[in-house]
Ligand binder design. Structure first.
Ligand code: FE
Ligand code: FE
Ligand code: MG
Length: 164
């Protein structure tokens, strides 16, 4: 990052980098959870569910890219090894070992709810003292809010079919 760009960051940079790296681990695990979920999902409305899972996987990968760019700008080092994902993650990984669409939706809704808290915390932490990180985290938060909404809508539609 340029010297002026670093000078205007009014927060503990190491702390922000750590928070971003934890979110970075979450994004990769979320990406994989969605990506694999989309491969194995089975049951009613499977096509609609798979379409959504594939879109969300793409969004999570894009989030990982946004975060790693900011980590590097801040002079930090993005997590080097996938083994570190499990050490750093806030939200963990909940693999699709049950391929039924309802179960997969529920697992991913939990993940989104965790992600919403993570980005909300980052936003609270940096506030107006690091506007670039603030903007990035709020863009990602908007996506996560939409993800939760989309998955809950699918779960509701599924409920109409299954709970009759
Ligand atoms: Fe994400
Ligand atoms: Fe998401
Ligand atoms: Mg969506």
């Amino acid at each position: 990052m340029g010297t002026k760009a670093r000078e205007i960051v009014g927060v503990d940079v190491a702390k922000v980098v750590e928070m971003l790296n934890k979110a970075f681990a979450d994004e990769w695990l979320a990406y994989y959870q969605y990506w694999l979920g989309a491969k194995v999902a089975a049951g009613p409305m499977k096509d609609a569910v798979i379409t959504e899972l594939v879109q969300h996987a793409g969004d999570e990968l894009r989030h990982a890219e946004m975060i790693t760019r900011r980590v590097i700008q801040l002079g930090g080092v993005p997590l080097v090894s996938p083994q570190e994902w499990f050490k750093y993650t806030n939200c963990g990984y909940d693999g699709p070992n049950d391929s039924f669409v309802r179960k997969i939706l529920q697992q991913n809704i939990e993940g989104e709810q965790c992600a919403i808290s993570v980005y909300n915390n980052i936003i609270q932490e940096v506030g107006m003292k690091d506007i670039v990180t603030y903007n990035m985290a709020s863009q990602i938060l908007q996506d996560e809010v939409e993800h939760e909404e989309d998955l809950q809508a699918l779960l509701e539609d599924l409920g109409v079919i299954l709970d009759k």
